[in-house]
Design a binder for this molecule. Structure first.
Ligand code: FES
Length: 106
């Protein structure tokens, strides 16, 4: 099963095995990772699953839909060029090994 790394703002790192087709948010919530709140349960309506993707890997992610981009205007943490909502990123074999850094707040 492919794995990803979630990095807390303080540098603590958690590695998760994520089944293909499962969102990074779902995997993080199931594993009890602090810092992924996911209030809306993955409906792209809360922006509390915000993550920063490692810059070099941005092109490997699925394209961002306008709804995700609009919600990213509502994040508690600063929106950056590598911001994504983790509920909108579903695991694929191509994303294996990727790192996602969590913002200071959700
Ligand atoms: S879980 Fe609500 S926008 Fe991702």
């Amino acid at each position: 099963m492919p794995e990803v790394h979630l990095i807390q703002p303080d540098g603590q790192r958690v590695t998760l095995d994520v089944p293909v087709g499962t969102s990074i948010m779902q995997a993080a919530v199931s594993a009890g990772v602090a810092g992924i709140v996911a209030e809306c349960g993955g409906s792209c309506m809360c922006a509390t699953c915000h993550v920063y993707v490692e810059e070099a890997a941005l092109a490997r992610l699925p394209p961002m839909l306008s709804t995700e981009s609009e919600m990213l205007e509502c994040t508690a943490g600063e929106r950056r060029s590598n911001s994504r909502l983790s509920c909108q990123v579903k695991m694929t074999e191509d994303l294996a090994g990727l790192s996602f850094t969590l913002p200071e707040s959700q």
